[in-house]
Design a binder for this molecule. Structure first.
Ligand SMILES: [Zn+2]
Length: 106
């Protein structure tokens, strides 16, 4: 059995899912782990503290490069209301559903 390494730890669950999907689209096998995933059925906490993305040891370098590329292509934006960071693919804040605002608004 191949060893796995932690690629990312501590992100929010929605972002982890976004990254997982993008990495898997690049042919990288990703496993999502975290205490939140073992919680009660039907309850999906979005502010999970301990979400982790695990990748195969042999794909760690590839995954890190892919993730770095994603973050360059899609810089995060900060919510003007609650100051949470959001993935560039989100049009609304994941935390408070505020609309994304241009930072150079005045
Ligand atoms: Zn917000």
């Amino acid at each position: 059995m191949e060893q796995r390494k932690v690629l990312v730890a501590g992100g929010n669950l929605l972002q982890a899912h976004t990254w997982k999907g993008m990495l898997e689209a690049s042919g990288i096998e990703v496993e999502l782990r975290g205490e939140a995933l073992m919680g009660g059925v039907g309850e999906l906490p979005v502010d999970a503290q301990s979400v982790q993305l695990w990748v195969l040891d042999s794909q760690l370098d590839q995954a890190q490069q892919a993730l770095a590329a994603l973050q360059v292509e899609q810089p995060q934006w900060q919510c003007v209301q609650c100051h949470e960071y959001n993935d560039a693919s989100f049009e609304l804040c994941w935390n408070c559903s505020a609309e994304r605002c241009e930072s150079h608004h005045g």
